[in-house]
Design a protein around this ligand. Sequence first.
Ligand SMILES: COc1ccc2nc(C(=O)O)sc2c1
Length: 242
Amino acid sequence: MRIDVITIFPDYLAPLREALLGKAIERDRIAVGVHDLRNWTHDVHRAVDDSPYGGGPGMVMKPDVWGEALDAVCGTAQTPVPRLVVPTPAGRPFDQRTAIRWSAEPWLVFACGRYEGIDQRVIDDAATRMPVEEVSIGDYVLVGGEVAALVMIEAVARLLPGVLGNPLSAEQDSFSDGLLEGPCYTRPEVWRGHAVPDVLRSGNHAAIARWRRDQALARTYRRRPDLLAALPTGTLDAADRA
Ligand SMILES: COc1ccc2nc(C(=O)O)sc2c1
């Protein structure tokens, strides 16, 4: 997979080069390009924003600068065509299903806005040439799209072959089966008077699997009943309901 990010704060994306993601990039599992939007300005002030039509607070990012940047990064007529992701508080919610869907894409381009956002004509124009998704990572508002892009890139990249040390991790983590993950424990057996649940030290793999499933169901019921309601029919078996 190739991932490109366009931003006025390239250093915000430095964490992509760290840890597992950084190793995946070094091993060419993922190709990452970070591009400074100001490279496509032509004025002495390298302006990327201007006052909003219709008035109101803040500034809007200029269509001409973004248009040139997207033409340069995404190409104007070439295959493969990237999927353009625009982080915005007004976007559809990003979730694990979206991460899984995007992990099958050959090329993602993230357009990170700042200020009040990017002139809508940039998104509308791009949509004539490539798939575009306006996406939010949650019901809160950040200062720009960079942190949202980091979140989404990590959620997608960890699903790619060779990125996680143990591929089973991605299959067994929260949301992979529609439920929240249950609690996890490691040595020592007793820590500050808190003991590891006996079943996890029993060696009885069936009992351990049952306990973990019950913990995941209970945690999901308490913290995210909406996820339980959204489970496909038949997901919960008789043992789950007991
Ligand atoms: C102007 O660019 C922004 C501003 C806030 C913001 N908040 C997001 C979110 O997903 O919460 S994405 C995003 C992009």
